[in-house]
Design a protein around this ligand. Structure first.
Ligand code: GSH
Length: 297
C-alpha cells in the first residue's frame, strides 16, 4: 500500500483530499433520481460502510445500487471480480480514470457513479451519507429514522468532527505514523476521545439521546473494527473497546440493528487490513483472534 504523498516530514499521516466533491442535489449537475446512482463500497472500509448502513436504515436499496468490491486489493487497487454489472469495469480505478484521466491519488471507496453522466459524482465520504439523508428524502421508506434532524445539525456536525479527528481518522494516524512522536500524539488522542464518549454514553442509548443519528453511524464503523484490527494492527492498544462498559454495550446495541449488523463482515474487515496494508504488516498474516461476542445481550 503506497502512502507516499500522505506521510508528512515529521512522520504524521495526512489523508489525501477527496477529488470528486460534486453534490447530488436538485437543480445541480447530478440531481437525485432513483436508479441513477451506484455506490462502490467495500465491507472492509469504515468510510464505505457508513453509506451501506445509511442506505439500509433509510430503505434506499431499490433507489441506489451498490457494487461491493473484493476485500483484498492488488497493486491495481479495488477489484470487482467478474466485472461490475453497471459499468463493466473490473477495477475501480477505471471509473476514476474515466472521470478524470489525470487522477493521481488512491482509488478509494466509497465512490458514487452517476450512470446518466457516465462519471463519478463524488467520493466525498462525509457528504455521501448526508446526501442520502437529505437529498433522497422523498424516497425514504415509511417510518425511516431521521438521521440528520434539522434542529440537531450543529451538534451532530460538531460531534462528528471530534469523532473524525479523535477516532475515525485518529486510529489511522496512530497506525500509519512513521515517527514515535506522531504515533504518541495520535494514540493519546484516540483514548482521550474514547474516554469522553464512554462518559457521554453512560445513561443514554445513542450519542444525541434516545434517537439514532448520523453521529452513531460514524462512531460505529470505527468501534466495529477496534478490537479486531485497530488494537493490534494500528497499535491502539492502551485499552480494548470491551474494557469500556458503556461504549461496548452501545456498540452491541447498534450491531443488533439490521442495517448495522448486515453490513458488518468481520472476516472481510480482518482480511482486508492485515493482508492489504503491507506497509505495516509485511507478512500479510491475519491473526486468529480476538474472540468477541457481538450478540451478547
Ligand atoms: N476517500 C478517502 C477515504 C476513503 C478511504 O480511505 N478508503 C480506503 C479504504 S478504507 C480506500 O479505498 N483505499 C484505497 C487505497 O488506499 O488504494 C481518502 O481518500 O482518504
Amino acid at each position: 500500500m503506497k502512502l507516499g504523498n500522505e506521510i508528512a516530514g515529521d512522520g504524521r499521516f495526512v489523508r489525501q483530499p477527496n477529488r470528486f466533491t460534486a453534490r447530488i442535489e436538485d437543480g445541480g449537475e447530478h440531481p437525485p433520481e432513483p436508479g441513477r446512482y451506484q455506490i462502490y463500497a467495500s465491507y472492509a472500509c469504515p468510510w464505505a460502510q457508513r453509506s451501506l448502513i445509511v442506505r439500509e436504515l433509510l430503505g434506499l436499496q431499490e433507489v441506489i445500487g451498490v457494487t461491493v468490491v473484493d476485500p483484498i486489493r492488488d497493486e491495481r487497487g479495488w477489484r470487482m471480480p467478474g466485472g461490475d454489472p453497471v459499468t463493466g469495469a473490473e477495477y475501480l480505478s477505471e471509473l476514476y480514470l474515466t472521470s478524470d484521466p489525470d487522477y493521481q491519488g488512491r482509488y478509494t471507496v466509497p465512490a458514487v457513479w452517476d450512470r446518466t453522466a457516465g462519471r463519478l459524482a463524488t467520493n466525498d465520504y462525509p457528504q455521501i451519507t448526508l446526501t442520502l439523508e437529505t437529498a433522497f428524502r422523498p424516497w425514504h421508506a415509511e417510518g425511516a429514522p431521521d438521521l440528520y434532524p434539522a434542529g440537531l445539525r450543529r451538534e451532530i456536525d460538531e460531534l462528528n468532527d471530534t469523532i473524525f479527528h479523535g477516532l475515525n481518522n485518529g486510529v489511522y494516524k496512530a497506525g500509519f505514523a512513521t515517527s514515535q512522536e506522531a504515533y504518541d500524539e495520535a494514540v493519546t488522542r484516540v483514548f482521550a476521545t474514547l474516554d469522553m464518549l464512554e462518559e457521554r454514553l453512560a445513561g443514554r442509548a445513542f450519542l444525541h439521546g434516545e434517537a439514532l443519528t448520523e453521529s452513531d453511524v460514524r462512531l460505529y464503523t470505527t468501534l466495529a473494527r477496534f478490537d479486531s484490527v485497530y488494537y493490534s494492527h494500528f497499535k491502539c492498544s492502551i485499552r480494548r473497546l470491551v474494557d469500556h462498559p458503556a461504549l461496548w454495550a452501545y456498540a452491541r446495541r447498534l450491531y443488533a440493528i439490521p442495517g448495522f449488523r448486515d453490513t458488518t463482515d468481520f472476516d472481510q474487515i480482518k482480511r482486508h487490513y492485515f493482508i492489504t496494508q503491507t506497509n505495516i504488516n509485511p507478512t500479510g498474516i491475519v491473526p486468529k483472534g480476538p474472540e468477541l461476542d457481538w450478540t451478547a445481550p
